[in-house]
Design a protein around this ligand. Structure first.
Ligand code: ADP
Length: 153
């Protein structure tokens, strides 16, 4: 261990954790999906963030719980409002790639104050960024718990 401190070793270990190994399955909807159906999807799939995609799974937006709450506050008909009009749009979406480290993804969650990042890769036809996963604050919490458990064995 060549005189490395416990902290240095832990740091090296943490930096090796990869988005590829920790990502979870993304839950996606289409731009035409109604706010009503998006709320149902959030409950059924038990997630807090939906990614909005077009054909080929190409990322075009993100819808959070607060986006849906905000659009539910008036007396509008939620069945007729598409998520496309309330979502946060590309290119203003903070995202990560399969090759990123988990700590880079965690730093983005903190810096941009969001709950989830889509994991993306360049689509083969060059038509945009394909959503292949999801990193959330829960992902980071799970990795943290695992680190603590490893340290006791
Ligand atoms: P909530 O609004 O439920 O607390 P967030 O903090 O994740 O959830 O979302 C805050 C705002 O940021 C919302 O308007 C949402 O559309 C947007 N947002 C969420 N995730 C991202 C992201 N990865 N990149 C850019 N904007 C995002």
């Amino acid at each position: 261990y060549a005189g490395k401190s416990g902290n240095q070793l832990l740091g090296e270990h943490v930096r090796k954790l990869s988005v590829k190994d920790y990502k979870s399955v993304p839950v996606v909807v289409k731009e035409e999906t109604s706010v009503y159906d998006a709320i149902c999807t959030m409950f059924l799939e038990d997630v807090g963030t939906l990614f909005v995609v077009k054909e080929g799974g190409i990322l075009i937006g993100v819808v959070s719980r607060k986006d849906l709450l905000k659009s539910s506050m008036g007396n509008q008909d939620l069945q007729t409002i598409p998520v496309g009009v309330i979502m946060t749009r590309m290119p203003n979406i903070v995202r990560c790639t399969l090759e990123d480290s988990l700590s880079e993804a965690a730093a983005k969650l903190i810096r941009y104050q969001v709950d989830a990042l889509p994991v993306v890769k360049e689509a083969e036809n060059g038509g945009g960024l394909e959503v292949v996963g999801r990193i959330t604050k829960t992902t980071i919490t799970r990795a943290f718990v695992e680190l603590g458990e490893e340290a006791t064995v």
